[in-house]
Design a protein around this ligand. Structure first.
Ligand code: HEM
Ligand SMILES: *[C@@H]1O[C@H](CO)[C@@H](O)[C@H](O)[C@H]1NC(C)=O
Ligand SMILES: *[C@@H]1O[C@H](CO)[C@@H](O)[C@H](O)[C@H]1NC(C)=O
Ligand SMILES: *[C@@H]1O[C@H](CO)[C@@H](O)[C@H](O)[C@H]1NC(C)=O
Ligand SMILES: *[C@@H]1O[C@H](CO)[C@@H](O)[C@H](O)[C@H]1NC(C)=O
Length: 323
């Protein structure tokens, strides 16, 4: 095929644009270097969710825990390497025995490497997997800006300090998100991710035994599977959304109106203060929630990415490249 020089110049110009030479993420970043990327991630996620539907929730959370610590740079995926004195984020308090889905990321990465070796970052794979999980469980879709690169570092301290614990009150939650340039509206929309997935008893015990802004019947129900005396039953699971725990819908907000938030921070969003009106709107208008959730996911996904020549494209998402 004889392509004209003009065609070549156009292609070269496009690929320069798409290589984040300008430090910006964009949705077409891999259009030439890995055209089937999104399809590969979708298929891999479809398989993972067929095996375990909860995985959609787990990968959405994993992306959040990546982005809030050093930005969306895949730092959460790095394993500890005791022999090399490398400590990752997996043992941080909010992550240990809690975040999950690393094997699914390994599987997607293997499939992506098969078609486009050395091209796609683990941070981008995680951002796409979070979107696919949301969509496959019935939630909104959005175009994911791409071009993130992977960190060569991780921070246990930042993971402990920057990820909000479930004990925070509303003003602290707002501050925690403001620290990441996310608004109170973003906080309330993104918390709607708790329409899917599960929490362990150790994270909702205080709320169901000691808080007063809770429906008594719901408190009794949840106490039933979460003994008062820690560490008994610490790891017992309860769904965030009492009715449709594996369907991404707006039921979370209806639960908050009925004082059936599972963890303290959930119910803080509807407790007589600034976010009450928005919670009411989301509970009445799923389309509004979906639109705000998608917009907020893009904002969260843009948190301090490594671009251009910063960082690297890891070969194995669990380890910094050795050469
Ligand atoms: C607003 C502050 C937030 C707090 C305090 C919080 C806290 C928690 C806690 C304590 C759990 C249960 C973990 C366990 O027991 O192992 C959890 C699960 C989860 N979180 Fe959040 N979270 C917050 C925001 C978010 C955001 C922004 C997202 C995503 C956009 C998210 C997505 C999820 C999902 C999907 C699960 C269920 C995971 C699974 O079942 O594997 N959370 N969160
Ligand atoms: C391990 O790394 C930490 C911080 O990076 C450093 O303070 C410590 O001295 C190192 N320990 C060894 C045995 O190299
Ligand atoms: C929220 O928590 C912060 C930090 O723990 C505390 O300083 C503040 O007084 C609390 N605010 C309210 C309204 O309870
Ligand atoms: C927000 O950032 C400030 C400054 O780094 C820090 O002192 C504070 O603890 C953070 N607040 C929350 C709730 O994360
Ligand atoms: C409830 O609060 C009391 C007083 O602060 C505390 O001693 C107790 O451990 C709490 N119970 C649970 C189940 O969190």
């Amino acid at each position: 095929m004889a392509w004209s020089t003009t065609t070549w110049h156009c292609l070269v110009a496009l690929s320069l644009l798409s290589s984040a030479a300008y430090g910006q993420l964009n949705t077409k970043f891999y259009d030439y270097s890995c055209p089937h990327l999104e399809f590969i991630v979708r298929l891999s996620m479809f398989k993972a969710i067929l095996t375990e539907r909860r995985m959609g929730a787990s990968l959405l959370r994993l992306h959040f825990h990546d982005c809030f610590v050093q930005g969306c740079d895949g730092s959460i995926l790095l394993d500890d390497v005791p022999g090399k004195n490398f400590t990752g984020e997996k043992t941080a308090f909010p992550n240990v025995n809690s975040v999950r889905g690393f094997e699914v990321i390994d599987d997607i990465k293997r499939n992506v490497e098969y078609f486009c070796p050395g091209v796609v970052s683990c941070a981008d794979i995680l951002a796409l997997a979070a979107r696919e999980g949301t969509v496959l469980l019935g939630g909104p879709s959005w175009a994911v800006p791409l071009g993130r690169r992977d960190s060569t570092t991780a921070s246990l301290d930042a993971a402990n300090n920057d990820l909000p614990p479930p004990t925070l009150n509303l003003s602290a939650l707002i501050q925690s998100f403001a620290n990441k340039s996310l608004s109170a509206r973003d906080l309330t929309a993104l918390s709607g991710a708790h329409t899917i997935g599960f929490s362990q008893c150790l994270n909702f015990r205080d709320h169901v035994y000691n808080d007063t802004n809770i429906d008594p019947a719901f408190a009794t129900l949840r106490r039933g599977n979460c003994p008062a005396a820690a560490p008994n039953g610490d790891t017992n699971l309860a769904p965030f959304d009492v009715q449709t725990q594996l369907r991404f819908d707006n039921a979370y907000y209806g639960n908050l109106l009925a004082k059936r938030g599972l963890i303290h921070s959930d119910q803080e969003l509807f407790n007589g203060a600034s976010q009450d009106a928005l919670v009411q709107q989301y509970s009445a208008n799923q389309a509004l929630f979906f639109a705000d959730f998608a917009a907020a996911m893009i904002k969260m996904g843009n948190l301090s990415p490594l671009t251009g020549n910063a960082g690297q494209i890891r070969r194995n998402c669990r380890a910094v490249n050795s050469s």
